[in-house]
Ligand binder design. Structure first.
Ligand code: PRP
Ligand code: MN
Ligand code: MG
Length: 174
């Protein structure tokens, strides 16, 4: 670990803000939260609890990184949704938008399944790393283009369990 970029407290406050915005926008509708495993697992769990709306939860597992620190651009479905999302108000929860390749691929894939609506809520975005612009309705934090771990984000499957988000010392992955 190098330094803490976002503390537990900062993450908690931001999730409360995001949940309030989503609750206002989706009032009267039932939201289907689609968490993108594995990175979004902690975010999904805290966001769903903060959201004052009836929701359903689904998970999809995709992977583009493998054990490298930069996106390969090749997205694989490791686990698909269990249910049809036709006519559902789908809100995709992602931990981070880095190059944007994962989400851009995912939105095309999910968009083809005829949801009533399809939006994204991402906790983190690295504006300087974006290769593909992705329409994202809700963003938590824009962060510098450094490798970050914790709160679901891994380096070679480690550090996901940290309750905060920290930068990783370059010598760890160099
Ligand atoms: C990470 C992260 C996002 C994606 C962002 O997932 O959780 O899903 O990469 O990168 P991109 O914008 O450059 O596509 P990863 O593929 O590492 O799988 P994981 O969630 O299981 O860690
Ligand atoms: Mn991921
Ligand atoms: Mg990963």
């Amino acid at each position: 670990m190098d330094h803490v970029l976002l503390s537990e407290e900062q993450i908690r406050e931001k999730i409360a803000e995001l949940a309030a915005a989503v609750a206002a926008d989706y009032a009267g509708r039932e939201v289907l939260l689609v968490g993108v495993l594995k990175g979004a697992v902690l975010f999904m769990s805290d966001f769903a609890r903060a959201l004052q709306l009836p929701t359903q939860m689904e998970f999809m597992a995709v992977s583009s990184y493998g054990s490298s620190t930069s996106s390969s651009g090749v997205v694989r479905i490791l686990k698909d949704l269990d249910r049809d999302i036709t006519g559902k108000h789908v809100l995709v929860l992602e931990d981070i938008i880095d190059s944007g390749l994962t989400l851009s691929w995912l939105l095309k894939n999910l968009g083809g399944r005829a949801p009533a609506s399809l939006e994204v809520c991402a906790l983190l975005r690295k504006p300087d790393a974006v290769k593909v612009e992705v329409p994202v309705r809700y963003i938590g934090f824009d962060i510098p283009n450094e490798f970050v771990v914790g709160y679901g984000l891994d380096y070679a499957e480690r550090y996901r369990d940290l309750p905060y988000i920290a930068t990783l010392k370059p010598e760890v992955y160099a």
